[in-house]
Design a protein around this ligand. Structure first.
Ligand SMILES: Cc1cc2nc3c(=O)[nH]c(=O)nc-3n(C[C@H](O)[C@H](O)[C@H](O)COP(=O)(O)O)c2cc1C
Length: 220
């Protein structure tokens, strides 16, 4: 697969097969991602992969916290409002997903169940957490985003599916304690990884993109 094909065909996978990805392949994917650019080559990313029983226990802890109505405490707060253009795109996604699933995605019970599925890593065999020193600037947050995309593209090139998940950072403090990550780190993103279950309706849904006239201007 060439680079353009890889970028255009990657999609978020929301149902995985249980078979694990070989350790060597996971490491190869991370090794590829490390060639991402970063501000002054600072490489401000740290990665932790959790699998097996430890991942199962982590899921259980997150679901328990949700059941106890523990308020989320992500290191990067969830946005409370959006500018009009972005809001329109989010609403459009929600409408299409509601139509596809037949569920009202604003229903609190539907939202709660969606969180549980997220906390169970969409049944993926691996969870990948990206974090960095909390004192790093916004540029480093930008850099770790580049790293995340490289990781997901490298995975896709090897037939490994991924989904980036802000929800996996909801209980950042608890996750860091559970995984032995220092409190001085900023938990940026969780990524579920594994082989896609292509039979699942969850993986039949493809998001669209606005036309380039909505975001591109060329001046000469
Ligand atoms: C920073 C970030 C956080 C996200 N958080 C979640 C999440 O918590 N759960 C989820 O199912 N998808 C999450 N997504 C996936 C987006 O919904 C998805 O990327 C977007 O709808 C475009 O679809 P695509 O990835 O299939 O192209 C996240 C994506 C990004 C970049």
């Amino acid at each position: 697969m060439d680079a353009i094909e890889c970028i255009k065909s990657r999609m978020s996978i929301r149902k995985f097969r249980p078979d694990p990805v070989l350790d060597d392949l996971l490491i190869e994917i991370i090794e590829a991602a490390k060639w991402s650019p970063s501000y002054k080559n600072s490489q401000p990313w740290e990665v932790l992969i959790v699998s097996g029983e430890k991942k199962e226990s982590l899921s259980k802890m997150l679901v328990d916290l949700l059941d106890k109505n523990e308020p989320p405490c992500p290191d990067i707060p969830e946005p409370q409002s959006w500018p009009p253009a972005e809001k329109t795109r989010i609403d459009s996604l929600m409408k299409k997903r509601s139509e596809q699933t037949g569920k009202d995605l604003n229903d609190p019970e539907v939202k709660r169940k969606a969180k549980i599925v997220n906390f169970n890593f969409y049944k993926a065999p691996h969870g990948i957490f990206l974090f960095q020193d909390a004192s790093l600037s916004l540029w480093s947050l930008f850099d770790i985003g580049l790293f995340a995309q490289s990781l997901m593209l490298a995975a896709h090139a090897h037939g490994v599916g991924t989904v980036p998940q802000a929800f996996l950072t909801d209980y950042a403090l608890h996750v860091k304690k559970f995984l032995g990550i220092s409190e001085s780190k900023r938990l940026v993103l969780g990524i579920s990884a594994g082989y896609p279950d292509w039979e699942s309706p969850a993986n039949k849904f493809r998001t669209d993109r606005v036309g380039r006239e909505d975001f591109l201007r060329v001046i000469q």
